[in-house]
Design a protein around this ligand. Structure first.
Ligand code: IP8
Length: 257
């Protein structure tokens, strides 16, 4: 990590938080506005000319996942169908446009970064994830906003890149000190519905982690926990009310370490 990224925060806004997951291509305006104002109030968003300490990633919700499911594309099932690429990427760009517009309207210097244009997987599913644009933008005071997308996958056409993979990939490469996933629930829940304080291995929580109930081609809560456990640093999963506290340095939700 560069010296300037010492307190870098990566925040993911779950697709099911900011969209109405049961209605195709529908933004959940109230939920999006509430997380956007928590972000706008936070100090991670720098003043003019200073580096921003925040990178935002958002998921697909009823935009990307609906089209990905329709075309049978997932993180492991690829396609060479141009129509599928265009539909999935197009939907994610529309959602990203809405997120960018709302953030800018709230005073956050948000700029779009589209993974399709720069990220790829090799035949072993290893990511090539260049960070120059993202880190350069934030060093210059912009808040890069990336999203789950379809990306080139050697021998398979394109596959889905989840927002969670982007979060962990960027966190490792940029040495982020804080990683947060905003979900619809206030943390990872145990079988009684209570928030689990901390998770350090997957087996201890496997039984409690069911599948996500709406269309999600990239693995639901269990997938998120696995992804974050593989990260060398710590991460947190929290609900929409946790965004403000998380950005303020508090410890909402579940710690994944
Ligand atoms: O919602 C997947 O991103 P996620 C986005 O973070 C697409 O899993 C294209 C389905």
């Amino acid at each position: 990590a560069g010296a300037s990224s010492g307190d870098l925060t990566i925040l993911k806004l779950g697709g099911s938080v900011i969209t109405d997951k049961d209605a195709p291509e529908t933004v959940d305006d109230a939920a999006l506005d509430s997380v956007v104002s928590a972000i706008a109030d936070s100090e991670s968003v720098a003043g003019e000319g200073d580096a921003a300490n925040l990178i935002i990633v958002h998921g697909g919700g009823s935009f990307g996942h609906v089209h990905a499911a329709e075309h049978g594309v997932s993180t492991t099932e690829g396609t060479h169908d141009l129509e599928a690429v265009t539909a999935i990427h197009g939907a994610m760009k529309r959602l990203n446009g809405v997120v960018i517009d709302r953030l800018q309207a709230a005073g956050v210097p948000a700029v779009p970064v589209h993974p399709l244009s720069a990220v790829a997987r090799d035949a072993d599913a290893e990511l090539s994830l260049p960070t120059g644009a993202v880190d350069g933008l934030r060093t210059e005071g912009f808040v890069p906003v990336l999203h789950g997308d379809v990306i080139a996958h050697a021998g398979q056409g394109v596959t889905v890149l989840s927002g969670d993979e982007l979060v962990t990939g960027l966190a490792e490469r940029l040495g982020a000190s804080r990683v947060g996933l905003c979900s619809t629930v206030p943390g990872v829940l145990d079988s009684d519905g209570d928030v689990i304080d901390a998770i350090t291995d997957f087996e201890s929580v496997a039984a409690a982690l069911g599948d996500s109930e709406s269309t999600d081609v990239s693995g639901g809560m269990a997938g998120k926990v696995r992804e974050l456990l593989a990260l060398s640093g710590q991460a947190r999963i929290f609900g929409p009310d946790g965004v403000g506290p998380f950005l303020a340095g508090d410890a909402p939700g579940t710690l994944i370490d």
